[in-house]
Design a protein around this ligand. Sequence first.
Ligand code: PAN
Ligand code: ZN
Length: 187
Amino acid sequence: MNIPVSLPPGVAFLNGHFTAEDMITKITHCGDLAGVFHDQITWQSIPSETTIYQVEMLKSPQGEGELFVGTTHLNPGRVGDEFYMTRGHFHQRREQGEVYFGLRGSGLLLLQNEQGEARLEQVSPGSVHIIPGFTAHRLINTGTEVLSALAVWPSIAGHDYAALAQGFSLRVVLQDGKIQAKEVQNG
Ligand code: PAN
Ligand code: ZN
């Protein structure tokens, strides 16, 4: 057979790291997350260069019908009583969905519709999360190890962070030694 066979990128399902020639990596530090955690005084006391999460992505073509593939690695920790989490977003193209796959660690996926109704899904190795369109999403690490989740989403989806400037309607905190979700007024 002399049809050429190329070697595609790979992903290690135990930790979500890619092997590829070309990758994009973005680190989000504590200092980048102004206004995200409710305990602003504790947030200010944490060194701003502390890494909260890192996203590694394969390079893919942009445009209608194309897909992005990336892994989010969310560190364990808390700001005060609130667990480390991603900023969270709606897609700019609201109708575009996404799929998350839990790979390692344990946490929660916070989903919220445009009416502000929130729900939580347990994230664990092997969990599959179908995020419908018109649904904001945020990962929360409630465990003691790195939470890694693989995601696939349309490259035209875009990210709208501003629509959630008021925050989500649920916060996940450690209270009385238990993981608790609390409803919040005004984010
Ligand atoms: C993910 C997220 C990633 C980081 O790849 O972008 O988890 O979260 P923030 O973008 O909210 O900082 C995704 O949902 N892409 O669409
Ligand atoms: Zn998304």
